[in-house]
Every structure is written in structure tokens, then in C-alpha cells.
Design a protein around this ligand. Structure first.
Ligand SMILES: Nc1nc2c(ncn2[C@@H]2O[C@H](COP(=O)(O)OP(=O)(O)OP(=O)(O)O)[C@@H](O)[C@H]2O)c(=O)[nH]1
Ligand SMILES: [Mg+2]
Length: 415
């Protein structure tokens, strides 16, 4: 594994920002995520970008620019402004990343039908802008943190690192969303009622965390507010949903709100209830100053975005047992410069077994070509830019058990 250093591109909290981090005007207008941008969104949640606007600052990928974004840029800040951080938690495959992407209207977090697709925390910032066309007010800023699924089965070091990420995300957040798949939430409620932790102990963990927040509140300390989000409601009928909500109130009375949503439908579809969720979350946040500038929208650098997109493609194309044993390392990320008009990236897919390598590569390299094509397409959807991408597949049987290897793949482990 290489010792390539990751470029850190987390949006700097406002208080820590210096003049050097102020964004050029072009970047400013192109990056606002707000209610006003929503009309420009496609159903998949990715907005179209004006190709003439690009590369003003390459720290984090820029979402695509729409007329609505321009109109919404730099509205007046309301004196009733609310801001805060919100962790998105839940079992693997509950629909957390789909929810974040839908709320942000840009598919920045990796999703797939397989559990444990998300491996590290991803921050997505929703800027709330309200009001009529010429009276736009910037009324709130919600910093969502998408997390790996809570999975406490005794597993590899990688599993422990992932639950470490989840607990990091919970540190000091204002609101925690527990995303429960509506199709299996009834069973989860039964297990919670019987105080059975369930096979993966996720519910026991949830109880412990909620109790911690309740104790903090009793002591008058800052306490996280818990909201249950019932996901994938497009798969249920209303008659099934209402009893679930009523039972949740009884079984977890500490929860302040229960909000059913269908992330897959996207913000533009009223039946997704995503706007309803944004309203509830915003109301749960404290009044205060914005934590980030109005143009901040994610902490992913383009380099980390490519890494996530490769992981996503592996999860979407891989057979059952394959994805978990694979990960992606970005060996080289070269910014566009001079005659180089697009980023050039060398990536390695590490696989945990010799037998997996031919599956990932595919017949005559067919699967790796599919992965490469999908990553470049998704990169263009998010940033509006093309990418030169070379992918190698290599075997390292220990990558998910050795701290050093995990660190090199960008997992936050203490030295
Ligand atoms: N029908 C339906 N499917 C959904 C919805 N939201 C997510 N899904 C599907 O559920 C699967 C898992 O979605 P993800 O968003 O990757 O789930 P996750 O909780 O982030 O999963 P991990 O990162 O593995 O913990 C994908 O196949 C999604 O398409 C929804 O609103 N309706
Ligand atoms: Mg996820």
C-alpha cells in the first residue's frame, strides 16, 4: 500500500476560516444547496451543471449550477436563524445514504442494495432558504453526518472501526436520526419491547445511546434529541404505517418525533415527505449562527469522492460475498493543470482473497471497465467534470484486519 497522504478538504467551520479559505464568487453561486435549488433537481437528486462554471476551487466537488441556485445565492440571513449537526444512524441498509443524497439533491454518498456500503462518515450540508423570489431569506443550516450502519456482530477490525465512526458522529450532535426500514421496524419494535437486543445488538446500542442523552438532559447538560425516521414508506400502505408510528411512541417515548419518509422518491415528490423531515429537523436545532459558509455543502474532497464512487461501484456490481472484502485506495490524484483539462486518478482496488480478484476484474477486464465507466459517469453527475481514471486490482489478505492498512485507506484510527 502506498503512503500517499489524503488531502483534507473538510469545510472549515466559520469561526476558524481565514481569508485564504474564502471562495471565489463563481464557486459561491454554484454551491448553494437550498429549498430554492430544488426546482432544478432531477428525480435522481442530481442537478445539472453549467459547464462554463467550473474549477474555481477544487477542494470539494461542486454541485451543478442551476438558475435557481443563482437566484438563491447570498440571500439575507434571517435573525431567527437555526443551525446544528444531525447524525444519520441506523442498521446497515436502512436507507441512510439514500436519505442524505435526497435531502442534498446530489448523490454524494455511496448507496447500494447491500449492507455496509458506507464505511466512513460523510457530511452533507443543507442550506435552508425560504421566501418568495425577491425576498429570499437564509433561515437555517443543517449539517447532516451520514454514518456506517450500526453492526455490532463480532467481526474484523474494520467493523470496530466503522462503529467507532458512528460513535464519533454522535459526539456533540444536536439531533440524532435513527433510520428504521419501515418494512422491518415492526419486528425491531417487538425486540425493543421485549428488551431483546437482536442478533446484531443494534437495538441494545440504540437504547444505550438514547438513555445517555436522557441522563445528560436530566443533569441539565447539552443533550442530543432523538428522532425516528421510518424509511422506504413507498413500500408500505398507509394502514400499515399508522400503527407503526403509534407503537413507536409507546415503545420509545424518549423520541421527540417520528417521521416517515421515502428517500428514493426525492425531495421534488411530495409523497416522499422529505420536506416534512427537513422542517422537523430544522425546528429541533438551536437558534444560532451558521457553522459554515452558505456555499459549503460537503466535506468530501474530489479525491475522496472518487474513492467512495469506486467503493459504491464494487458494491453495486459485486457478488454476495465480494464487496465486503474489497476497498479502494487512491494512489495518485492529479488536479487539472496546464494542458491537463481534467483530474487524473490512479486507484487500486484491494481484495482480501486471490479468488476474488478475477471476479472483480471480470472476463477480459469487463467488470473493471464497467466499474470505471460508472465511476466516471457518477463523478460527472456530481461535479459536471470528466475524469481520467486508471484502476488496478491487487490482493492483500490482511487489509481489513491491519490498522496500518486501514489507516492508509483513509479510515480514522488512532496511531
Ligand atoms: N423502496 C425504497 N428503497 C429504498 C429507499 N431508500 C433506500 N432504499 C434502498 O435501500 C438500499 C440501501 O440503501 P442505502 O441508502 O445504501 O442504505 P444505508 O443505510 O446507507 O446502508 P449502509 O451504508 O450499508 O449502512 C438501496 O437498495 C436503496 O435503493 C426508499 O425510500 N424506498
Ligand atoms: Mg450508507
Amino acid at each position: 500500500m502506498s503512503n500517499t497522504k489524503k488531502k483534507s478538504a473538510a469545510p472549515q467551520p466559520k469561526a476558524k476560516r481565514g481569508a485564504a479559505s474564502a471562495k471565489p464568487a463563481a464557486a459561491k453561486s454554484s454551491a448553494t444547496r437550498s429549498n430554492a435549488t430544488r426546482s432544478g433537481a432531477t428525480r435522481s437528486g442530481v442537478t445539472k451543471r453549467d459547464p462554463t462554471q467550473s474549477q474555481a476551487k477544487r477542494e470539494s466537488p461542486k454541485p451543478q449550477k442551476t438558475k435557481a441556485v443563482e437566484v438563491a445565492a447570498n440571500p439575507r440571513k434571517s435573525k431567527y436563524f437555526r443551525s446544528g449537526t444531525v447524525a444519520i444512524l441506523g442498521r446497515p441498509n436502512a436507507g441512510k445514504s439514500t436519505l442524505l443524497n435526497a435531502l442534498m439533491e446530489v448523490a454524494v454518498s455511496a448507496t447500494s442494495s447491500r449492507p455496509q456500503t458506507t464505511r466512513t462518515n460523510v457530511r452533507g450540508i443543507v442550506q435552508v432558504v425560504e421566501g418568495a423570489r425577491d425576498k429570499k431569506m437564509w433561515t437555517g443550516q443543517i449539517v447532516f453526518i451520514d454514518t456506517p450502519g450500526v453492526n455490532l456482530k463480532k467481526g474484523q477490525l474494520l467493523d470496530r472501526v466503522m462503529i467507532g465512526s458512528v460513535e464519533d458522529a454522535l459526539n456533540d450532535v444536536d439531533v440524532a436520526l435513527w433510520v428504521g426500514d419501515a418494512r422491518t421496524w415492526g419486528k425491531d419494535l417487538r425486540d425493543l419491547e421485549l428488551e431483546k437486543p437482536g442478533t446484531d445488538k443494534a437495538l441494545g446500542w440504540l437504547r444505550t445511546q438514547i438513555a445517555k442523552s436522557a441522563r445528560a438532559r436530566e443533569k441539565g447538560e447539552k443533550a442530543t434529541r432523538w428522532i425516528v425516521v421510518l424509511s422506504k414508506i413507498d413500500t408500505l400502505g398507509k394502514p400499515e404505517l399508522l400503527p407503526l408510528i403509534e407503537r413507536t411512541v409507546k415503545v420509545i417515548p424518549e423520541v421527540s418525533d417520528i417521521v416517515p419518509v421515502a428517500g428514493l422518491l426525492g425531495l421534488v415528490d411530495d409523497s416522499s415527505n422529505l420536506q416534512g423531515l427537513l422542517n422537523v429537523v430544522k425546528e429541533a436545532l438551536p437558534s444560532g449562527e451558521p457553522l459554515y459558509d452558505i456555499d459549503a455543502w460537503t466535506d468530501l474532497s474530489e479525491r475522496n469522492l472518487v474513492q467512495q464512487l469506486v467503493r459504491e461501484a464494487i458494491f453495486q456490481f459485486g457478488r454476495e460475498e465480494v464487496p465486503y472484502e474489497c476497498d479502494c485506495e487512491i494512489i495518485r490524484f492529479q488536479e487539472p493543470e496546464g494542458s491537463r483539462k481534467m483530474p487524473e486518478v490512479d486507484a487500486t482496488i484491494w481484495v482480501g482473497k486471490n479468488s476474488i480478484k478475477p471476479i472483480v476484474v471480470g472476463k477480459g477486464g469487463s467488470r473493471i471497465r464497467e466499474i470505471n465507466h460508472q465511476v466516471r459517469t457518477r463523478f460527472r453527475e456530481v461535479t459536471g467534470e470528466d475524469l481520467v481514471l486508471r484502476i488496478m486490482v491487487k490482493v492483500n489478505e490482511k487489509w481489513f484486519t491491519r490498522a496500518r492498512d486501514l489507516r492508509e485507506l483513509g479510515y480514522g484510527l488512532p496511531e
